[in-house]
Design a protein around this ligand. Structure first.
Ligand SMILES: [Ca+2]
Length: 185
């Protein structure tokens, strides 16, 4: 004789328990759905950890950025000074002497006028970008005037040329540690 499944046996005790069984099935399924939802989202602790990591990364970037900018300004000033030196040497080739200047602070303005005269008809040894000029004064990447001394105290047969560096100041001899000059590279 074929055995009847207990759930369909009207006389069995399982039938009486059917509503409870159905309730349990639906209850379990609902619990699973709730669990799945909570697993796919963030818990408060996980959220705090993520926020903590973001704060650490942001702090690191903010610490590194000024140093990177400083390095970029240094490099740009070195490069610009090399262009200045090339222009000064071209001036020397034409005139057999270096640009003569007055005394500080007008010396660097005199150098600018020698290398890039205002008159269009005069020969120009360099075309200054606006970034490197403050009116007629040649400035570095920090916005401070270059120093030009001819004849130099370091380069006695040529000239001294230097930027006062990131701190904007120098010693009287122009060899502050952060200075960018044409005699110590
Ligand atoms: Ca300096």
């Amino acid at each position: 004789m074929k055995k009847q499944l207990p759930i369909f046996n009207r006389n069995s005790w399982q039938l009486k328990k059917l509503p409870k069984a159905i309730h349990r099935i639906f209850h379990n399924r609902k619990s699973k759905i709730v669990n799945l939802k909570s697993q796919s989202g963030f818990t408060l602790v996980e959220l705090m950890v993520v926020i903590g990591i973001i704060i650490v990364i942001a702090a690191s970037v903010l610490t590194i950025l000024p140093g990177m900018r400083e390095k970029a300004q240094e490099k740009a000033t070195w490069t610009f000074m090399e262009h200045l030196e090339i222009a000064i040497e071209r001036y020397y080739d034409d005139n057999r002497s270096y640009p003569l200047t007055g005394t500080e602070p007008t010396a660097i303005e005199d150098l600018k006028m020698a290398l890039q005269p205002s008159e269009d008809t005069s020969k120009r040894y360099i075309e200054f970008k606006d970034d490197y000029l403050d009116d007629n004064i040649i400035i570095d990447k920090w916005g401070n005037p270059f120093v030009y001394i001819q004849p130099g105290t370091k380069n006695t047969t040529t000239y001294d040329l230097y930027s006062t560096g990131s701190d904007g100041t120098s010693t009287s001899s122009g060899d502050d540690t952060d200075d960018i000059n044409n005699w110590s590279r």
